[in-house]
Design a protein around this ligand. Structure first.
Ligand SMILES: [Mg+2]
Length: 123
């Protein structure tokens, strides 16, 4: 199961459409919803928006890592938003997708991360 976390409805819908053909996709609109989903059912991969009201993407990931460490994460960001890429990698971020993204890039990134691909810029 893939968990998509983004505060923007249009982005959640876009990612659900792009990935829903090949994967079961669960959507969360904020960090608290995401934490609730992971408590119920551990995802194979999380696509996580960095900038959200309330808990940021990395704050959300920090909470998730306390009870479900090791889930691979694709972080969705704008350029320059990740100040400490090494810390992000330690937290499970395998790849950064830079907005605006191309859906083919997202599909390719998901495939690569599920195959065990390590940290890099995916787009
Ligand atoms: Mg956002």
């Amino acid at each position: 199961m893939l968990l998509v976390v983004d505060d923007q409805l249009a982005i959640r819908q876009l990612l659900a459409e792009a990935l829903g053909g090949e994967h079961e996709v669960v959507l969360a609109a904020n960090g608290h919803e995401a934490i609730g989903v992971v408590r119920e059912n551990r995802p194979d991969l999380i696509l996580l928006d960095l900038k959200m009201p309330g808990l940021s993407g990395l704050e959300t990931l920090r909470e998730i890592n306390k009870f479900a460490p090791g889930i691979p994460v694709i972080l969705i960001t704008a350029y320059g938003e990740v100040s400490d890429a090494e810390e992000a990698e330690r937290m499970g971020v395998r790849c950064l997708i830079i907005k605006p993204f191309d859906l083919n890039e997202v599909r390719a990134a998901v495939r690569r991360v599920l195959e065990g691909f390590r940290f890099d810029f995916c787009s």
